[in-house]
Design a protein around this ligand. Structure first.
Ligand SMILES: NC(=O)c1ccc[n+]([C@@H]2O[C@H](COP(=O)([O-])OP(=O)(O)OC[C@H]3O[C@@H](n4cnc5c(N)ncnc54)[C@H](O)[C@@H]3O)[C@@H](O)[C@H]2O)c1
Length: 336
């Protein structure tokens, strides 16, 4: 089988490509990625010469290129997105272009090329926020109520995917997952930022009072969940995917990381809150467990310790990203 992965040079996409080539060595993967600031081919260094892997630098909004690629694949797994809420507050234009228009271009191509199987990777942020004191969780039936330009653009893409299913019979599935963590996450995101700041002796900035609760999903569990959806999921269905955290807020998370790294609480710095900051996300993944057999494979604390260790062992990777060195890798490896 030949699979198009969009956004495969990003955090989750690169973990997914490596997961897939290991678990499905007979399949071929085409990685279409624009290499924005978040795309880093160093993430894929160890598989770049695999004969079943091909990288194409390009934009999912480029209709001609997308049509050309899609006609030659069996399935599309769509990760490519502008993904950082803070950036969407500064300028929402690239979010609308990539997350909405880019998804539409891919969907058009999937229909045009004979209704290719389409899996859309989305976020729990489309559901809005839960009360900090509550115990309820997002489910597949939670109404959409996005609060940031990022989540609004992702919500738009989810609606488009469903509309293409209804209108053109496109065989699709959608996953709405919680905050991912693990290796190769761009160090502007909370966990790698915090670890790399501590390594550099810098304080950790915490928005507002730090009482923001997230559900944390280890990236390998996410990859496995997508695999299960592709093999056992029902066409036209949505699956919520989450991890094993129970109401851990950002402040508690920072303290856990500082304890693993042997740092004191004087390294915490409270900073001005983000606009429209969602208080709590929690994901009920019982449908995926019931219908697909999905289950995270380790506890949150075990995964957290593994993740901290990975960043400490791969300090050069972080340094290259932070200094912009990683962009030279593409020039060196792929310029021709
Ligand atoms: N990271 C999370 O915690 C999380 C949680 C829920 C859902 N998601 C979703 O998972 C997907 C992947 O997230 P991520 O954290 O790996 O993101 P990321 O920002 O690390 O990577 C995004 C990738 O998409 C590429 N890209 C951006 N615009 C493109 C375009 N126009 N054409 C082609 N490629 C383009 C980038 O170069 C980059 O490689 C996204 O759709 C995101 O909304 C992420």
């Amino acid at each position: 089988m030949k699979i198009l992965v969009t956004g495969g040079a990003g955090f989750i996409g690169s973990n997914f490509i490596k997961y897939w080539l290991k678990t499905h060595p007979e399949d071929q993967i085409v990685n279409l990625d624009k290499l924005t600031y978040a795309g880093n081919l160093e993430n894929l260094k160890d598989i770049e010469s695999n004969p079943n892997y091909k990288f194409i630098k390009g934009d999912i909004c480029d209709r001609e290129l997308v049509n050309e690629i899609v006609k030659d694949v069996d399935q599309i797994i769509h990760f490519a997105a502008e993904s950082h809420v803070d950036r969407s507050i500064l300028d929402s234009t690239p979010f609308i272009m990539t997350n909405v228009v880019g998804t539409q271009v891919l969907l058009d191509a999937a229909v045009k090329c004979g209704n290719k199987r389409f899996h859309h990777v989305s976020t729990d942020e489309v559901f809005g926020a839960l009360d900090l004191e509550g115990t309820d969780k997002f489910t597949e039936d939670t109404p959409y109520n996005p609060h940031s330009p990022y989540s609004a653009a992702k919500a738009g893409s989810d609606h488009l995917v469903r509309a293409f299913g209804d209108t053109f019979g496109l065989p699709f599935t959608i996953s709405n997952c919680s905050n991912n963590f693990g290796p190769y996450q761009f160090p502007e995101k909370f966990l790698p930022l915090m670890i790399s700041n501590l390594v550099e002796g810098k304080k950790i900035p915490i928005y507002g009072d730090g009482k923001y609760v997230r559900d944390w999903l280890y990236v390998d569990d996410h990859c496995r969940a997508i695999d299960l959806i592709l093999s056992k999921g029902k066409i036209g269905e949505t699956y919520c995917i989450g991890g094993m955290t129970e109401n851990v807020n950002n402040l508690e998370l920072v303290k856990k990381v500082m304890a693993i790294m042997g740092k004191g609480e004087d390294m915490i710095e409270f900073v001005k809150d983000r606009a429209a900051h969602d208080r709590r996300y929690a994901v009920d993944w019982s449908k995926a467990q019931r219908e697909l057999g999905y289950q995270p494979q380790a506890s949150f604390d075990e995964y957290l310790a593994m993740t901290v260790k990975w960043y400490l062992d791969n300090n050069d990777w972080i340094k290259n990203v932070k200094s912009g060195e990683y962009e030279k890798y593409y020039q060196k490896q792929y310029a021709q």
